[in-house]
Design a protein around this ligand. Structure first.
Ligand SMILES: C[S@@+](CC[C@H](N)C(=O)[O-])C[C@H]1O[C@@H](n2cnc3c(N)ncnc32)[C@H](O)[C@@H]1O
Length: 262
């Protein structure tokens, strides 16, 4: 997997405006921008063009906290390689990753992309744009925290057995706890791939330590009474360095589960 160089002509505007990084009206402005676009009928039903319109807004108007083109391409490569039937995302924001990755899952023959987003306004923007992209049958946006969304989808039977991929891009301190919840519910097994964003910016040492620990180390932690997922699961994990859409360096942590030690 190779990391493309950053093209400064495609950089997003700065995220920070008057001390705010999101939630200051820019998400509703994005929706207005897309739906009043002169090429709306060419954008409709075309996930790549919806993402291109979101990129164009963030390049010309206000930065958005999306994964962006370069890290997004690395995740799409991972989806094409592993062909998940079901993929779960934690942290959907305005739907850029759900549209990009939901489309990749569909192209790879997959059935469902669940996107859990805590903020109901952001979730509404995401659902509207995924619908515009023609992904109504593939992408389902769920309002709630990661833990609430995972548990609700499990209780409803929408997530019952092992998933193909998990994308973590929400509250950074919740990555490890929410992965452990997925493990306890039996959603992670041999062949499941986890992709975690923002491993440099801002970084997530507890998550990196957890996915790089051996089953023996995790079994010892569980025996000491530490909050456990399924300590028997064996992971192989690596960091892939790339760029934020602002041009700042960041990395994805890509982790593959090879099965259970017990
Ligand atoms: C970096 S953005 C996600 C970007 C999106 N994945 C993309 O690339 O297009 C992080 C999102 O996580 C949401 N969030 C924060 N804490 C959360 C939590 N505990 N559970 C679910 N979503 C959360 C925020 O509201 C925000 O929309």
């Amino acid at each position: 997997m190779t990391t493309a160089a950053f093209d400064t002509s495609r950089a997003y505007k700065p995220w920070e405006v008057d001390g705010k990084f999101f939630g200051d009206g820019r998400e509703a402005a994005l929706l207005d921008y897309v739906y009043s676009h002169p090429d709306l009928e060419q954008i409709r039903g075309n996930p790549a063009r919806v993402c291109a319109a979101i990129d164009a807004f963030a390049q010309a108007h206000t930065g958005l906290i999306n994964i962006g083109e370069l890290k997004g391409a690395l995740v799409c490569d991972t989806i094409a390689k592993h062909r998940p039937a079901v993929m779960l995302e934690l942290g959907g924001y305005v739907g850029y990753s759900a549209i990009l990755f939901g489309s990749a899952v569909k192209q790879a023959g997959g059935a469902r992309y669940f996107s859990v987003e805590k903020n109901p306004l952001f979730a509404a923007v995401a659902a509207s744009l995924a619908d515009l992209a023609g992904l109504r049958d593939t992408v389902r946006v769920v309002v709630g925290t990661g833990a609430e969304g995972i548990q609700r989808l499990f209780d409803q039977g929408a997530l019952r057995s092992q998933i193909g991929m998990l994308f973590l891009d929400h509250h950074k301190p919740s990555y490890t706890a929410d992965l452990k919840l997925c493990e306890r519910l039996g959603l992670i097994g041999a062949g499941t791939v986890m992709v975690a964003d923002n491993m440099i910016l801002p970084g997530n040492p507890p998550y990196a330590a957890y996915v790089r620990a051996s089953a023996a180390e995790k079994q010892a932690q569980a025996a000491r009474g530490e909050d456990a997922g399924n300590p028997n699961l064996q992971y192989t994990s690596r960091s892939v360095v790339s760029y934020e859409p602002s041009g700042q360096q960041d990395a994805l942590e890509i982790t593959e589960c090879s099965g259970s030690a017990a």
